[in-house]
Design a protein around this ligand. Structure first.
Ligand code: ADP
Ligand code: MG
Length: 455
């Protein structure tokens, strides 16, 4: 995992290449250190309030869109002017009041008012709203599932933000399952499990995002089960999200997955074109003073080229906006096409970045290394050793060749990109913690004639 500092360094370099020299020097040159990272937000410090406002108004969408390429979950930049920090230090507050951070862990931008309803999410939205009004009175737990980038986190956090606003005495806590797991492991090493589980005492609403990350984490599941039982026993609301149905989760205790099905399960699907167009229009209203200058044909074009997921759709829109603003171009369809050139032709770029003979060679080598048939490697077999070898391939394809999860899925017999992403994340975790796994990757890269240090 690259550090936020390193990510900022890289983004700064990209901005340097993209922006006029004087713009870069006036606004970005002096922003060096990342002040801190918290709740998916990276805080940068600007020289003055003027610079902060200028960046916020013009360059922030582009910065956030670049940032989204480094993380699978949404992350944001937030800016603080030097004087704001100093003022805060003088008043001796312990914690600066950042716009994105609050004890609930919620992002205040994820609200019902910014969530666009369509056929693919109508039912989920209706229940989410009912739940926000009546808490555990509707169904408990509320389990929402669907592919990546379709709005699960947004909808779940809308519930939390709505409750905080309408019932301020309620204690809401949002946790990403990855953080839950990480904190649990840390607790074992230092503060102890009691301290860890205390965090969940006196909570009225617990929002647990991406619960599929509990897979294969036995001890964590047991701890989670206890918290779950305690809260539901006290009629406290639990909302969960996952990338698939509870019954399709693997390596999670049956008593836990069956609990997930006790309440209500809601699926969120891909938006149709009309829905995508409405989403674009809604984002334009939020981002622009005069959304009308964005013509129907541009909106239609973006909605046509980004059909799989809303995060991509947002990214494309931000790119077009940035392109047009930064270069002071008219908002024409040609400009929009130019701005999205790389996204639309990414398939071709990918092929050139990863010559197919290289990939074939990798499959041969991995097959021989683990004594597995190539067909099996590409199959849907869930045998442990095959899954491992397959995920290793995905890891190399992603880190070495920068292939998208979708492209990798296509090569592996049309696997869904969320399956690939999940497998990749599991393997990445393993790579970080297991010497054997690290060795395996290095050996294979060496056999492929690649430099293993450059992963
Ligand atoms: P998931 O958790 O399913 O991966 P997110 O909730 O992170 O997806 O959504 C990805 C991005 O798309 C977010 O920026 C979110 O605000 C936006 N988004 C998703 N669904 C909608 C919607 N129905 N209306 C407006 N924006 C949406
Ligand atoms: Mg999410």
């Amino acid at each position: 995992m690259i550090s936020p500092q390193e990510i900022w360094n890289r983004i700064k370099t990209i901005l340097k290449n993209e922006l006029d020299q004087d713009v870069f020097e006036s606004y970005f040159e002096s922003i060096n250190e990342v002040y801190k990272e918290q709740n998916n937000t990276i805080y940068l410090i600007t020289d003055s309030l003027f610079t902060k406002t200028r960046i916020q108004n013009t360059y922030l969408p582009r910065m956030n869109s670049l940032l989204s390429e480094f993380y699978s979950e949404p992350h944001y930049f937030s800016l603080l002017a030097k004087e704001e920090i100093e003022k805060d230090r003088i008043s001796n507050k312990r914690e600066i009041n950042f716009s994105h951070s609050n004890p609930s862990g919620l992002n205040p931008n994820y609200t019902f008012s910014t969530f666009v309803v369509g056929d693919s999410n109508r039912l989920a939205h209706r229940y989410a709203l009912l739940t926000a009004e009546q808490l555990a009175g509707v169904a408990n737990p509320v389990y929402m599932f669907g592919d990546v980038g379709l709005g699960k986190t947004h909808l779940m956090q809308s519930i939390g933000n709505y409750i905080l606003e309408t019932k301020p005495d309620k204690k809401v806590l949002y946790v990403r399952t990855q953080d839950f797991v990480e904190d649990y492991v840390k607790a074992g090493k230092d503060s102890g499990y009691d301290e860890f589980s205390k965090k969940f005492d006196n909570i009225d609403v617990l929002l647990v995002d991406d619960v599929q990350f509990l897979e294969s984490k036995k001890q964590c599941q047991i701890e989670f089960f206890k918290i779950f039982e305690r809260l539901t026993g006290d009629k406290k609301l639990i909302v969960l999200t996952s990338d698939r149905k509870a019954s399709e989760l693997k390596d999670i205790m049956a008593r836990l997955t069956s609990r997930f099905e006790w309440g209500i399960s809601l699926d969120i699907n891909k938006p149709n074109k009309e829905h995508r167009i409405n989403i674009i229009k809604s984002k334009l209203k939020q981002e622009m003073k005069d959304p009308e200058i964005f013509s129907e044909d541009i909106i239609d074009y973006i909605a046509t080229v980004c059909e799989n997921n809303i995060r991509e759709l947002e990214g494309a829109l931000k790119r077009v906006l940035f392109y047009c603003e930064a270069f002071e171009e008219d908002f024409t369809l040609e400009n929009a096409k130019e701005a999205l050139k790389n996204i639309v032709s990414s398939q071709e770029t990918i092929v050139s970045a990863a010559p197919s003979h290289d990939l074939r060679k990798m499959l041969d080598i991995v097959g021989a290394y683990f004594k597995i048939d190539q067909d099996e490697l590409l199959s849907n077999s869930r045998k442990k050793e095959i899954v491992y070898a397959r995920q290793l391939c995905w890891y190399i394809m992603r880190t070495k060749y920068d292939l998208t999860f979708k492209k990798i899925g296509d090569i592996f017999n049309g696997k869904d990109h969320s399956t690939v992403m999940h497998g990749y994340q599991v393997f990445e975790e393993d790579y970080k913690t297991s010497e054997d796994t690290k060795k395996n990757v290095e050996n294979i890269l060496r056999k492929m004639g690649k430099n293993p240090d450059k992963i």
